[in-house]
Design a protein. Structure first.
Length: 300
């Protein structure tokens, strides 16, 4: 009787387990299929520029002139690549110190009030739409640069400053989690040896969490690299390599969003824009690989 009752109780649990396994497997298959389909679609469209239209890859990557509908057509994506990298890296340079200082303040200096008030405010920045950042940059940052620095105010500096505010929550959250996961024995041992709080922070805490902090920076750069609307509103969208931070420039995302709706499917101009999207996707994969490498280094 006891064994019979146990079997009766075990059957519903086995059914629930199989339902959960099947549902999880279907979700994984759906995600993998979706990712593979996106990669195949972008790659097939982007590679058409080289295999169908006969464009040289080196000419596309290193060219300086972008006129796909000209006679002859010119497909030089280097200004867009340079604009994406310059704004993203400059944004990370601005946001990283601020994010690290905010994380150190919340975890090491004022853990109670910092986590209670400051961390929710910083995380709230991640929920603001990008168009709001772009409008604020166009209304505040661009006029400020126009009045203080030479030029019209739009350019790489304005785009980088807007992006730095946008990636601030990403880097701060990752830095905060890294500092929170640090073993207390490290800090206690440092204090026991007579080190002050600041000596413990910059000699023990920051070096130990450096791989995680670098992961946050790379994710912030990846976030900034793929941003379109906010940068498009303040960078000027000029297809040339700027000579200063206050000159107009363009990025891969802004070039795609501005021109994709004005080209015919299958034309050289349309395929060239898909090639820009392919470059953007490959750079995203590179950022993901760098993050995985940093995480593996942290685990080891």
């Amino acid at each position: 009787m006891a064994r019979t009752s146990e079997r009766q109780h075990a059957k519903p649990h086995l059914a629930e387990e199989w339902v959960g396994k099947i549902y999880t497997l279907l979700c994984i298959l759906f995600l993998v299929t979706t990712i593979c389909s996106i990669v195949y679609f972008v790659a097939s469209k982007g590679l058409s520029t080289f295999f169908v239209n006969g464009v040289n890859v080196i000419d596309l990557v290193t060219g300086l002139k972008w006129a796909p509908e000209g006679e002859p057509p010119l497909l030089g994506a280097l200004p867009f690549i340079f604009g994406s990298f310059s704004t993203s890296i400059l944004a990370a340079i601005i946001a990283a110190p601020l994010s690290f200082c905010a994380a150190v303040f919340m975890i090491e200096i004022a853990p109670r009030s910092g986590r209670k008030y400051l961390q929710p405010v910083i995380e709230l920045l991640a929920g603001i739409p990008s168009v709001v950042y772009g409008f604020v940059g166009l209304s505040v940052i661009v006029p400020f640069f126009r009045n203080v620095f030479p030029g019209q105010g739009i350019g790489v500096a304005a785009g980088a400053l807007v992006l730095s505010i946008m990636i601030l929550p990403t880097i701060t959250t990752i830095a905060t989690d890294a500092l929170s996961a640090l073993p207390k024995g490290l800090k206690e041992g440092s204090f026991a040896l007579g080190a002050t709080r600041w000596q413990t922070i910059y000699r023990i805490v920051l070096p130990t969490t450096l791989p995680a902090l670098m992961t946050g920076i790379v994710l912030g750069i990846a976030r900034a690299f793929g941003e379109a609307l906010a940068v498009q509103m303040v960078i000027g969208n000029a297809p040339h390599i700027p000579r200063s931070l206050f000159e107009s420039a363009s990025t891969l995302t802004s070039a795609i969003t501005l021109s994709m709706g004005n080209t015919a499917m299958g034309s050289l101009a349309n395929n060239a824009l898909w090639s820009l999207a392919l470059i953007l996707m490959l750079m995203t994969f590179i950022f993901v690989f760098i993050v995985r490498w940093l995480e593996g280094r942290k685990a080891s």
